[in-house]
Design a protein around this ligand. Structure first.
Ligand code: IMP
Length: 196
């Protein structure tokens, strides 16, 4: 079964295919189908934004669409940047600029607790939907470490592994990450849906 990913993010695509390909699911970027749907993330939650993106791409492609909306929520910042993770600091910042800003904002802060959340939404052409969510607890590092992954990976520290997301192999990250957990739940729900 083929799903169109409601994102241009190659890293998300790779993380999804790493997990879902074992179950006969192939996820492709919307650009591979010549689509460039831009969805305004107006939802107040990750789940709402994921559903907005999946619905828009299903409507444009006529194919089952899958979306991930995710972000890092920092306790000392009352959950920020949260759903605004991709827009943190404004449009002129790139991934490195955003995590540097987060490190600056956290300077002198002793409570470093944070978690990543991923909401997955999938919409089929007949209107059926599947949703799933996953969370990974961790903390904000004092300095970036590692060069794998993307986004805030170099500053998201996992105390139990003593490594940041960026220091993990793709397989190690998939085993513990917010997206890995959300996709594991999604996979189960998809299997159940396909059995019906
Ligand atoms: P979205 O594409 O609107 O869901 O934005 C997600 C934001 O959170 C972007 O800034 C990403 O870089 C960041 N993000 C999401 N998942 C991860 C991850 O697994 N590692 C690091 N950053 C992530």
């Amino acid at each position: 079964m083929k799903f169109v990913l409601a994102s241009q993010n190659q890293h998300k695509l790779e993380e999804m295919n790493l997990i879902l390909s074992a179950h006969g699911v192939e996820v492709v970027l919307q650009s591979e189908l010549g689509l460039h749907v831009e969805v305004e993330e107006t939802g107040g939650t990750f789940a709402e934004n994921a559903m907005l993106k999946a619905k828009a791409v299903m409507a444009a492609s006529g194919l089952p669409a899958i979306a991930d909306d995710s972000g890092v929520c920092v306790d000392a910042l009352q959950g920020a940047p949260g759903v605004y993770s991709a827009r943190y600091g404004g449009p002129e910042l790139d991934d490195v600029g955003r995590y540097r800003l987060l490190l600056n904002v956290m300077q002198g802060q002793t409570n470093r607790a944070a978690h990543f959340t991923s909401a997955i939404a999938c919409v089929f052409p007949n209107g059926d939907t599947i949703e799933a969510e996953g969370e990974c607890p961790g903390s904000i590092a004092f300095a970036p470490m590692g060069d794998g992954g993307f986004g805030y990976d170099p500053v998201f520290f996992l105390p139990q592994l003593k490594k940041t997301y960026a220091q993990l192999t793709p397989e190690e990250k998939a085993a513990v990450s917010h997206r890995g957990k959300a996709l594991a739940v999604f996979e189960e729900r998809l299997k159940e849906y396909l059995r019906k």
